[in-house]
Design a binder for this molecule. Sequence first.
Ligand SMILES: *[C@@H]1O[C@H](CO)[C@@H](O)[C@H](O)[C@H]1NC(C)=O
Ligand SMILES: *[C@@H]1O[C@H](CO)[C@@H](O)[C@H](O)[C@H]1NC(C)=O
Length: 292
Amino acid sequence: MTSSSSAMILLLILLASSHLAVYAANLNQDFDITWGDGRAKILNNGELLTLSLDRASGSGFQSTNEYLFGKIDMQLKFVPGNSAGTVTAYYLSSKGSIWDEIDFEFLGNLSGDPYIVHTNIYTHGKGNREQQFYLWFDPTSNFHTYSILWNPRSIIFSVDGTPIREFKNFESMGVPFPKTQPMRLYSSLWNADDWATRGGLVQTNWTQAPFTASYRGFKANACVLTSGKSSCTGKSPLSTSTNEAWLREELDTIEQERLKWVQSNYMIYNYCTDSKRFPQGMPPECGITRGS
Ligand SMILES: *[C@@H]1O[C@H](CO)[C@@H](O)[C@H](O)[C@H]1NC(C)=O
Ligand SMILES: *[C@@H]1O[C@H](CO)[C@@H](O)[C@H](O)[C@H]1NC(C)=O
């Protein structure tokens, strides 16, 4: 082997390991366990976080940072087996009575029956924007990446890089959009058997407890608020240029096609088609179609 090719290999190894370092973020630094009396744990030197739920209590954590826009990825693996009645909530939220919130909730089910991915968006304290989906894989057998992109143009929910929902900024048409209140990331595992599984028909079977959900691979390109000042990250480890492309990112044509694929094959509820719920008229964003 020539010395230049071994130098090249060494360089590649260095680049690869610096790239990995971004993924192997230390969950001890990024999150605080907030409740659950020992049921939430950060393991393997900060690589893995687990939440558990038993009859006495669930558990939860929150991000140490507050974000004002971000592209946030996390790998999650949900409660396996009979998870009916359990809900894993994973969301961004600001504080106060006119809060903003970007919500993922994962509703458990009996063994072999599908999880529901429930999403909602609150702007200025008002939600009622639910959309629900099934997944195209079993989310309990492996880790999968669940992402929230929140930038001034839109909010995009994705699963393994496939967009499942887009909420565009239609402020110009009178639809409020979250953009001034910083949000923290929260997650919790709790018992919601009064509504979660088949509308509350299937109760949590406590003989299966403790129930456990797992988290790893946290990655945030975000604008982080430190003592009132916001600073944005997004520097790519493989280049010297700052790359804040996520702040302007929108769905490209291929992603729009994939979003349509999800919506026509896996969407099971859409508030925008539930006219019974809105006798006074549909929410304004429902009447606005993409300019395609
Ligand atoms: C649970 O499985 C049933 C039957 O397949 C399905 O109707 C329901 O949507 C599934 N999910 C939840 C959370 O109830
Ligand atoms: C709860 O799970 C146990 C063990 O699998 C099973 O024997 C029992 O029938 C389940 N209870 C209900 C109410 O389904």
